[in-house]
Design a protein around this ligand. Structure first.
Ligand SMILES: NC(=O)c1ccc[n+]([C@@H]2O[C@H](COP(=O)([O-])OP(=O)(O)OC[C@H]3O[C@@H](n4cnc5c(N)ncnc54)[C@H](OP(=O)(O)O)[C@@H]3O)[C@@H](O)[C@H]2O)c1
Length: 430
């Protein structure tokens, strides 16, 4: 059955000298039929040449040393056209481009990223060059006869923020979005954003060597000890299956392995680019069926992780005593007593004054709505209004007393209060 690798194929792989890119060349190369072309790009020509030498017979392979952090449109175009070796683009049944080259700096905090040249290099390599190369590739293979496929190698760091990798996270996120837009604009091209998982490559081991993120280093050391990371062979084998079966919607993201950032078995399907959820797995990795992309650290919300401030008990006791004081006079017993007094008063009035429930004073002071409306200053207060005002006065007195009391308490406990704030700030740091 025909698939992405059958027929005469043109395959371009960036970052082909090492790691995942090198494995893609090997695995894809072995599936290609004769007369297919392979073009390998990265900086290290010695390693690229080795990969070219390993290509199966019949496949026309070439390589070019190129630094994507400081290349130009002209150079990228020339490299691609030269590799065609006078073949017409339309002679290829399929054209595949795999954007894999990347590099991260694991040592800088965002506030330290003030060198514009470094920003340019990072974005040139991780975002701009793939975008430009992709456009050139599409232009060369613009004919209708050639089926076109784009594979963008994504990263969790393009989905989830992490310390010390700010420029890499930003560039990877931008690159993912670029290819999603590209997919929308080019429905005739199959676009896959592929998340390879935590793969045991140079990049993976570099984290251990140079990263300043101690938490991440601990996690990776554990993965190395458990051998729970994915090998390049495993992740590329899964990628091959996805591509062969076309098990994705163009522009979607696909991953084969567990979210290395979370040990929680959560299956949140955050948008993250309309993620397709993987069914396949690697034998070495602890496999989840999806990744969490909620941008919320679920572990931080776990109740066992919530630490009590040292003054929690005192604070609660103070609140309780204030509540008790405010509740004074409104207990159930007080309410029943006052109701029973009102009831006796009412009965007495019924007996002595017949049907009239209002007291003589109340009747005398009853508000005349007309006078009240036209001359409110001439209308005396009714008995009910007086009662309300009295109540408000008493309440104000109680509140004032409480405020005075709590002010005194605050002054006494000032030294105890300032300490936990400082400790709390420390807890929220790195
Ligand atoms: N390893 C992981 O756990 C992991 C996880 C998620 C995503 N990824 C993604 O997978 C892809 C490959 O990563 P990897 O783990 O295989 O990394 P790697 O082993 O460090 O390989 C990086 C590749 O990029 C090339 N490269 C680096 N800087 C370059 C430049 N300035 N110009 C041209 N080529 C350059 C390197 O070749 P030269 O040195 O010869 O130039 C090499 O071939 C990356 O896109 C990465 O984001 C990896």
């Amino acid at each position: 059955m025909a698939n992405i690798f059958t027929g005469k194929v043109f395959l371009l792989v960036t970052g082909a000298s090492r790691g995942i890119g090198k494995q893609i060349v090997q695995t894809f190369g072995a599936l290609l039929e004769g007369k297919s072309h392979v073009l390998l790009l990265s900086r290290n020509s010695e390693l690229l040449k080795k990969s070219v030498d390993d290509m199966p017979e019949g496949v026309v392979a070439s390589y070019k040393s190129i630094d994507f952090s400081q290349t130009s449109t002209r150079e990228l175009k020339d490299v691609l056209l030269d590799s065609m070796k006078n073949e017409k683009p339309e002679s290829f049944e399929r054209a595949i481009v795999v954007h894999c080259a990347a590099m991260a700096n694991f040592t800088q905090l965002t506030n330290e990223m003030t060198d514009l040249d470094e920003w340019h290099k990072s974005f040139n390599l991780n975002m701009f060059s793939p975008a430009v190369l992709n456009g050139i590739f599409m232009d060369v293979f613009k004919n209708q006869a050639t089926n076109k496929y784009v594979v963008n190698i994504s990263s969790y760091w393009g989905l989830k923020p992490d310390v010390y990798v700010g420029s890499y996270c930003a560039a990877k996120a931008a690159k993912d979005m670029f290819f999603k837009v590209f997919a929308l604009e080019n429905p005739d091209v199959q676009v896959l954003n592929y998340l390879p998982g935590f793969v045991g490559t140079d990049m993976f081991h570099d984290v251990l060597k140079v990263s300043k993120n101690e938490e991440l280093k601990k996690k990776i050391s554990q993965m190395v000890a458990d051998k729970s990371f994915v090998t390049p062979e495993q992740t590329v084998q899964y990628l091959v299956e996805v591509l062969k079966k076309q098990e994705y919607k163009s522009g979607n993201m696909k991953t084969s392995v567990a979210d290395p950032w979370s040990s929680v078995d959560s299956c949140g399907n955050g948008d993250a680019g309309n993620s397709d959820l993987s069914e396949a797995s690697s034998s070495a990795a602890t496999v989840q069926k999806s990744f969490e992309d909620s941008f919320v650290d679920s572990s931080a919300t776990a109740s066992e992780d919530l630490q009590k401030l040292p003054d929690s008990e005192q604070y609660l006791a103070r609140l309780q005593s204030r509540l008790k004081a405010i509740q004074g006079g409104t207990s159930k017993r007080d309410l029943i007593n006052s109701l029973s007094e009102a009831k006796e008063d009412c009965i007495a009035r019924l007996i002595t004054a017949g049907q009239n429930l209002e007291t003589a004073e109340e009747r005398e002071l009853a508000a005349n709505p007309v006078i009240r409306h036209i001359a409110p200053h001439l209308q005396a207060l009714t008995a009910n209004e007086l009662v309300h005002l009295l109540k408000a006065d008493v309440l104000q007195k109680v509140v004032d007393e409480q405020n005075n009391q709590s002010e005194n308490e605050d002054t006494e406990s000032k030294s105890t209060d300032s300490q936990p704030d400082i400790q709390n700030q420390d807890c929220n740091g790195l």
